[in-house]
Design a protein around this ligand. Structure first.
Ligand SMILES: *Cc1c(COP(=O)(O)O)cnc(C)c1O
Length: 306
């Protein structure tokens, strides 16, 4: 068993590699999927301070996710490493049949996460003030557990994500940091990190969901510095919506992986890298800058999506 500090000291700082230059934009990539051999990427960064709080208080951690959730995978694995009990409430009652589990759920269960499966209706109505009865029944078994929202974007996740920027600020002078956005905690953390460690840098988020109007609201509510840092969200690189792919995206992944020997996941980092290359091609060639792509991991989910 590790303590939480050891879990977070293994693979950091994660390397930054140079990819290419397009229109004067030198594009670099931070390989944060290398931060741990198993619990990799931003979902681990986001959990750091929640894990510390759970270890100090001795409380279990309970959270929510779909069948392929990187957050559920990271929470289960991190819980195993630092000996904290974890509970996952999973969308889809049909998944109570173990034969339907993909790689993510099998791994979460083998890491010791206690899994509960609820209907889609219950899952939609999981808000803590008045949750659906299916959810209430499960929560009543764990009155002391700390509850982490879906995707892991709580206030503590922002502190962990901000540390990524503290790290990159010592590695590369970047004008822009790009990250993929789902629930918004990573973006909020990057904004706060930029404000503290590299204030002239801009933050650009690439939304992987279609019409995610809640995203910028969440970023604003989680970030302390959203009014002082230059940040934007790109909403046109979702390729049809969350976990949707097109041939164009799949061709991009093949080409990217064979050129740079860096693996991409189809849900987050492929859309992110596509967006960055596209933005660089559209940019003004007379303006030179360093652009940094944050590779947030997600590779554990690839087994469920091949
Ligand atoms: C969850 C996730 C994101 C998005 O992070 P949020 O904090 O939810 O916006 C990006 N990349 C990967 C690989 C993820 O698993």
């Amino acid at each position: 068993m590790d303590d939480v500090k050891t879990l977070f000291s293994h693979g950091v700082p994660t390397p930054i590699v140079y990819l290419t230059t397009i229109n004067g934009k030198s594009i670099y990539l931070k390989q944060d999927y290398l931060n741990h051999h198993e619990v990799s990427g931003n979902k681990l960064r986001k959990l750091k301070y929640t894990l510390l709080a759970a270890q100090q208080s001795g409380l279990a951690l309970l959270s929510y996710g779909g069948a392929f959730s990187n957050h559920i995978a990271a929470l289960a694995a991190a819980g195993k490493y630092v000996d904290i009990s974890t509970i996952g409430i999973i969308r889809g009652q049909e998944l109570s049949d173990e034969n339907r589990w993909g790689k993510t759920l099998k791994k979460a269960a083998s890491d010791g996460m206690r899994l509960y499966f609820v209907s889609r209706e219950a899952y939609r109505n999981k808000s803590q003030t008045n949750p659906h009865v299916e959810i209430k029944t499960i929560l009543s078994k764990y009155p002391d557990a700390m509850i982490i929202p879906e995707g892991g974007s709580n206030a503590l996740s922002v502190l962990g994500s901000a540390e990524v920027v503290k790290e990159t600020a010592q590695q590369l002078e970047a004008s822009v940091i790009f990250t993929a956005c789902g629930s918004g905690g990573t973006m909020a953390g990057f904004i706060d990190g930029v404000a503290q460690y590299t204030p002239r840098c801009r933050v650009v988020g690439v939304s992987v969901l279609k019409q995610q109007s809640a995203l910028s609201t969440t970023v604003r509510s989680l970030s302390q510095y959203h009014q002082t840092v230059a940040w934007t969200l790109l909403e046109d690189y979702h390729f049809g919506g969350y976990a949707k792919q097109t041939k164009k995206l799949l061709d991009f992944i093949m080409q990217f992986e064979s050129t740079y020997a860096i693996p991409l996941d189809p849900i987050y980092t492929a859309k992110l890298c596509f967006a960055v290359f596209d933005q660089a091609r559209q940019s003004n060639a007379h303006h030179s800058e360093n652009w940094l792509i944050y590779h947030s991991g997600g590779l554990q989910g690839r087994g469920d999506f091949s």
